[in-house]
Design a protein around this ligand. Structure first.
Ligand SMILES: [Zn+2]
Length: 259
């Protein structure tokens, strides 16, 4: 499916990804003020946090137990966390995705990276109610993000880098307010709409061990049953025995109604 924030099909032209990767090495950090706090959306951490080009990591696939684990809160931004964030960004661009959560590279931590600027699906970003330039605000590298408020609803296509070849329309809030910390430890609060709101909700779901397939309607979910069972079996078969023993149950379906 075209133009989805977390699917491989998002970028139809390989040069788009290459340009994006080159682009973020050149970009500066956008700083703005919000309620007296310095707010930094990292577009490239090189100027402020010792950014070095990340390494593309393996993306874990559906069936891996880490995808069902809740992320651990990050109390301190260590060099290891910054390196992981850089590597996640590299991994996301290399896989032509628009968002990636730490669970997807095997780490149950509250850390996600998002970049929706390359998509032509509309998004808006606001700080203190003021609209921000989307392209220069990307990527977002968010630590301990939480959704504070949601408004409205949107239904649109989603996919997930951890669940290849599975795409469906998913109902999400149209507008969300998110609180998070940046890589320099600053707290930020922002509102977003459209694709960025969808991406934020998808990634924050990942950080809580929830997957977009959990939010499919029952008929759509059932239509992917065979494919998901096969993927889970293959993923588990490839895992070492110790990881299999740590497999945790899926969240209860009841929670899925709270979109
Ligand atoms: Zn995903």
């Amino acid at each position: 499916m075209e133009d989805d924030f977390c699917s491989r099909e998002t970028l139809s032209r390989p040069e788009d990804t290459a340009n994006r990767i080159r682009g973020y090495n050149l970009m500066a950090v956008l700083r703005c003020t919000c309620a007296g706090l310095a707010v930094a959306f990292h577009f490239d951490g090189s100027r402020v946090c010792g950014y070095t080009q990340g390494v593309a990591l393996d993306i874990v696939k559906y069936g891996h137990p880490v995808l069902r684990q809740k992320g651990k809160r990050i109390e301190r931004v260590t060099p290891e966390i910054r390196k992981l964030a850089d590597d996640m960004l590299e991994t996301m661009y290399a896989a032509q995705g628009l968002g990636l959560a730490a669970q997807q590279v095997g780490q149950a931590l509250l850390l996600t990276v998002i970049d929706v600027a390359i998509s032509d699906r509309p998004s808006q970003l606001f700080i203190d109610g003021k609209p921000q330039d989307l392209a220069s605000s990307m990527p977002l590298m968010l630590i301990n993000p939480q959704i504070l408020n949601t408004q409205g609803e949107q239904v649109g296509p989603e996919g997930c880098l951890s669940i290849p070849e599975v795409n469906a329309d998913i109902r999400r809030a149209e507008r969300v307010t998110v609180r998070a910390q940046t890589l320099d430890g600053q707290e930020i609060v922002f509102e977003c709409t459209g694709l960025l709101a969808r991406a934020a909700q998808h990634e924050i779901d990942h950080l809580n061990g929830r997957l977009f397939i959990d939010r499919m309607d029952s008929a759509t979910r059932a239509s992917f049953d065979g494919k998901l069972k096969k993927m889970e079996k293959e993923t588990l078969a490839a895992l070492p025995k110790t990881a299999k023993r740590r497999r945790s149950p899926a969240p209860r379906q009841a929670g899925l109604a709270s979109l």
